[in-house]
Write a protein that binds this ligand. Structure first.
Ligand code: UFG
Length: 313
């Protein structure tokens, strides 16, 4: 589990352990948190950019889940080389170490950012990939690398293209939730908003029903269930790409209204200008996930919000 101290990797570690798997975590805790790692997991503290740490972590493993990487769209625009070096270079090296150790299966955390501004929604896996920022480009390049390695080296790979992940999980070692610094994601920011520091709504003039951006939110527990299904669906010599979302879209204002219901008070907001690089609408087609993984998300926006809210208390 690369990135097993992060928001999604930490929860995936716990859920896999609960399901009876043995898990080894590789993380340098540069953005993750050591206390998010389930104490039942074997923890190798190190970077996935360090071949010897990767070697130590993956020796004897059956499957790699690759969550580690840089994931801030804004930062990627400032430092495109860093995103290529870490996300693409690091993943290429990880694949090399896997090959040396005869580890042939990988589930990769890809992103809806690989599609860029969609020409039509819902977005299917056949939609054009025209990323609008270096983060999305770096994820796309890793997807392409996996296609190449599946055909040349016969590995089994699945890229899961996440839409907007939210929610939290109560584990035997406490609640796990988003702890990014800085926090850029909508739902944690909505829940943290105060009259002194209101939620900034980025743009109210988008071509949508209420003028705010529409996104497809998926509960992190549903998302991880899809990873476990993906792990079981890996086929040697094949690379599959699968969208993970809910298939539904909610505007920023709808998210704010849902949060007010959950927390029982109004959410202080301030309307500000558009954020650079935001597409107006991103909604996934999840037909392929249903077909290949027999997976359907079951936790709705209110559940994501309510779990995230409880985890903050
Ligand atoms: N938003 C606000 N105020 C905030 C934070 C967000 O109005 O304080 C808006 C954004 O403008 C956007 C929506 O809420 O319209 C969702 O924003 P997030 O930052 O929560 O998520 P993004 O859609 O920007 O990003 C997600 C993933 C990225 C991925 C991207 C794909 O977090 O990793 O989808 O485009 F790259």
């Amino acid at each position: 589990m690369t990135g097993g101290a992060g928001y999604i990797g930490g929860m995936a570690t716990s859920m896999l352990l609960d399901a009876g798997y043995r898990v080894r975590v590789l993380d340098d805790c540069s953005t993750g948190h050591a206390d998010a790692i389930d104490p039942r997991a074997h923890f190798v503290r190190g970077s996935f950019l360090d071949a010897s740490a990767v070697q130590e972590a993956i020796a004897g493993c059956d499957t790699v889940m690759h969550f580690a990487g840089k994931s801030l769209v804004g930062e990627s625009v400032q430092k495109p080389d860093l995103y290529m070096q870490v996300n693409v270079g690091g993943s290429a090296q990880l694949l090399n170490v896997m090959k040396e150790n005869n580890v042939k299966k990988i589930v990769f955390s890809s992103s809806a950012a690989t599609y860029g501004e969609p020409e039509e929604v819902p977005i299917t896996e056949k939609s054009p990939t025209k990323p609008t920022n270096p983060y999305g480009l770096s994820k796309l390049k890793v997807d392409q690398l996996l296609t190449q390695r599946a055909s040349e080296d016969g590995i089994a790979a699945i890229s899961l293209r996440y839409f907007n992940v939210a929610g939290a999980l109560n584990t035997s070692h406490g609640w796990l939730s988003e702890r990014h610094n800085p926090e850029t994601h909508l739902i944690p920011n909505v829940l943290k908003a105060t009259p002194e520091s209101p939620l900034q709504i980025f743009g109210t003039d988008w071509p949508t029903l209420d003028g705010t951006c529409v996104r497809d939110y998926v509960h992190v527990v549903d998302l991880i269930e899809a990873h476990i299904a993906a792990m079981k669906a890996l086929v040697l010599g094949k690379h599959e790409i699968i969208n993970l979302g809910s298939g539904d879209g909610y505007s920023v204002r709808q998210v704010v209204d849902a949060a007010a219901l959950v927390v029982g008070r109004s959410i202080p907001t301030a309307e500000v200008g558009r954020r650079a690089g935001d597409p107006a609408v991103l909604i996934a087609s999840v037909d392929r996930a249903k077909e290949l993984l027999s997976w359907t998300p079951t936790r709705n926006l209110l559940a994501m919000m309510s779990d995230a809210h409880v985890s903050l208390r």
